[in-house]
Design a protein. Sequence first.
Length: 577
Amino acid sequence: FLGLTISCARCHNHKFDPVLTKDYYSLISVFASTRSFSQADTHVSVALEKPLVPSEEFERYQAQKKEHQATENRLRQALDAIVETEQARRVEQSSQRTADYMLAARMIYEGGASLDNVARTTNLPPEALEKWAAYLKPGGEVRQHLLDWNNAAPEQLADAALAYQHGFRKQFAAWNEALGKWRIEYHKATGEGKASLPAKPKFEAGDDRFFYDVYLDKKGPFAVSEKDEARFTQGQWQQLTELRQKLEGLKKSAPAEPEMACAVEDGESVQQKVFVRGDYNNPGEDAPKAFPAILARYDTKPTFGPGSGRLQLAEWITQPQHPLTARVMANRIWQWHFGEGLVRTPDNFGLMGERPTHPELLDYLAKNFVAGGWSIKAMHRMMMLSSAYQMASDHPHLAAEADPENRLLTRFNRRRLTVEEMRDSLLAFSDSLDLTMGGTLQQGRGTDAENSNDRLSLNPEKINRRTVYIPLRRANLPTLLNLFDFGDATTPAGKRQLTNVATQALFWLNSEFLSEHSLKVAQSLLANTEAKDAARLDGAYLRILNRRPSEAESEQWLKYIVNFKDKFPGAHAEQNS
């Protein structure tokens, strides 16, 4: 309502004082004091979520999750300790020949020597040598940490390789020392039953890129995988297998997360300043919490309390006497049903927008909306039961020139179906629509593998759930939605654009999605082998258009079917079989 109201602030039937620039600053502190992210300071902000279950149930879930996570951490730490110990033991020996690996790898990727021959002459393991050659081979990207190696002259290669070996060994010793100290503190804390355990050290790749790539990266030349049985003793492998089984069982027994919803709440009260030219590094004058003068037409203005001010703002905007909110929303609902609103510029009720075609009707709808408890369902019912909604789309006794744009509601507007209606209807015709309510089709939050393929928008042509349940990624809307004017997913809009382009027609002619479900409809109609063509035609019209065919339509289609059977007798025989 706030967005609708502010966008339509200059209402036609009410006069306001001219808008001053500083009036727009009055809401800055309200929204700055509103908490809408649980971790707003991270690189990818995590939306604030609130449980849709009683607080006691959610507290039990959090306690179970905490205990479950602690157990998982202990098992994972034990598993990692085995892998890291074995990796460190092996690398302690292998790293003494880092220079040999680098020189031998260069003979392979630059000199063209055979891997087996080089491994045999240098006495280096072929599998490790292959990884070194793949890692050191120059590619399209510039790797700053390997410039000394790539730019070294032939007579300098040995010295360069030794320099890399010395640096790796030094970093390796420091990293093992840090891990050793952490393990001592960790085991001491767990032995004492402390709830807070010391965090495992993290090695940033930027601190030593060569060491990170070679040793810590899972694909690095010196990396050891927990799934590589040949790298471990029989006892180690048995321990790893048991730990993995426990982790898998723990994963299956994890407490189910209750239903959550994105939410906002009062945060810390902020005395916001105006950002000059939008630059947060250039604060200007104070912007105390206040209502914009353009909206404050009443003598009584609510005062802001110690919170964010959202509650007072919402109560003021939705008060029954407010001239804008109910009228704007009623106009939107009318537009959804009739194709055009009573005000045909739904985002602009101001001087630059259009005047309402039926101002008294708009006021009547707004008053009933408020009196009905702001029930959108009640407004739908009222409009759909009206004679205006039930009119035909043509008026045989009225010339089109008398009301060409139907501003006088002399007929019902022919309204193009939205892409959601087209898709869901097609699935419903073929009995494929999944009417399951609620739930999600995509797990995870915005920070979980943000750019992975698993986080992209789902293809609406491959699933049968209602379109409203399909999760969308604003940066890559599915082709079907973009093609049929779904709208800009990054900005709000009161009305979608309507286009009529060749690619839309081509989609209906060539779409596998359409062909698949059209075939299902046809097979369903032909399933009753005893039915006559006329009965099947009636069934098709009732299923798709919710009416029976007219006499002329029936005659035309039955004639077409007869001609088709005469022209393709083989297809007719195959259909009957």
